[in-house]
Design a protein around this ligand. Structure first.
Ligand code: UDP
Length: 323
């Protein structure tokens, strides 16, 4: 199989590229390196089955050629990270909505299957946990930039499902919940790489709000395996799947766990949301996926515990800091 990965130099994209190559597939990764990094894929450059294209997905000429030459498109290129979204909402909306529309239009031209990476942000402020794929999303007002991300990804999902319904394009939507692993950067706000770096440097761990908000953190290795299985399963076409872990932890407990696993002397400081993001910022208290749909279809069951994954991330950062 020849796979095109948009956002292939990103955190999840680079792990997906590795996993597809390991299964003997050919991989072309396109990335404009706006949030991805060549460091994530440099070790793949000498693999004969791997090609990297440094370009934005909004370059329709290049995308037309790349899509025509592949069998399947994994569309992962997107503006990610709550901090980045709040800081640069124009980039977020344009990348996600324009990019998604271009990818789907060209995939439809060549009748290529599209695996669309979406997000648990789609559920917004819903308190109906665990979130089921057919549950309601509860969005905040347009004056709060955070909601631009959820709405832009919702538009991608609507468009993908519309192409499927109206034009018969094979699409599969994967809603990623909080996903962690080596290579994830804390630059755009993600909590785990931030806490690990802070702990390793002996700096205070910055817990936003009261720290009682909770998340479930999935290992990127579990997530990419699920994506590959869903891509190969004919029964997944036209459907939406939650992909994540169901083990829940508060952010304050996460900070304590990172301090314990690193053996750090760091303290924990509580930072009000207004200071961390923007005035009026709204966070979700809980975010737990219902993964029974993916479990029923492909036997999806996360295999890594949070502690194991954190230990791998800590080892990764230790090696980098020493390098
Ligand atoms: N968070 C935190 N300190 C940080 C970064 C994030 O306490 O330095 C919190 C954030 O407010 C949220 C949770 O950790 O409640 C997860 O944040 P992340 O940006 O990783 O993902 P989100 O679930 O918000 O998409």
């Amino acid at each position: 199989m020849r796979a095109l990965i948009t956002g292939g130099a990103g955190f999840i994209g680079s792990h997906l590229a590795e996993a597809l190559l390991a299964e003997g597939h050919r991989v072309v990764a396109i990335d404009d390196l706006s949030t991805g990094s060549e460091d994530n894929i440099r070790h793949l450059f000498d693999r004969p089955n791997f090609q990297f294209v440094l370009e934005t997905i909004t370059n329709e000429g290049v995308m037309d050629r790349l899509v025509s030459e592949c069998d399947i498109v994994f569309h992962l290129a997107a503006a990610v990270g709550v901090e980045l979204i709040v800081r640069d909402p124009v980039h977020t909306i344009e990348t996600n909505v324009l990019g998604g529309s271009i990818v789907l239009r060209i995939a439809n031209r060549y009748r290529r299957k599209v695996i669309l990476a979406s997000t648990s942000e789609i559920y917004g402020k819903s308190t109906d946990v665990p979130f089921r794929e057919d549950g309601d999303g509860v969005m905040g007002p347009t004056t709060h930039s955070r909601w631009a991300y959820a709405n832009s990804k919702a538009m991608d999902e609507f468009l993908a499902l519309a192409y499927h319904k109206q034009r018969g394009l094979p699409v599969v939507i994967c809603r990623f919940f909080n996903t962690i692993g080596p290579r994830q950067t804390g630059r755009y706000g993600m909590v785990v790489p931030r806490f690990v770096r802070q702990a390793l440097r002996g700096e205070p761990l910055t817990v936003y709000g009261d720290g009682q908000q909770s998340r479930c953190f999935a290992d990127v290795a579990d997530i990419v395996q699920a994506v590959i299985r869903l891509a190969a399963h004919p029964g997944a076409v036209g459907q939406v799947f939650n992909l994540g872990n169901t083990e829940e932890i508060t952010i304050l407990d996460l900070a304590r766990l990172v301090i314990r696993l690193t053996g750090s002397q760091s303290l924990i400081v509580l930072v009000p949301y207004d200071q961390a993001y923007e005035p009026g910022f709204e966070d979700m208290r809980r975010r737990v996926p219902d993964i029974s749909r993916a479990a029923a279809l492909i036997g999806f069951r996360p295999s890594h515990s949070l502690e194991d994954t954190l230990c791998r991330i800590i080892a990764y950062y230790r090696k980098r800091e020493c390098a």
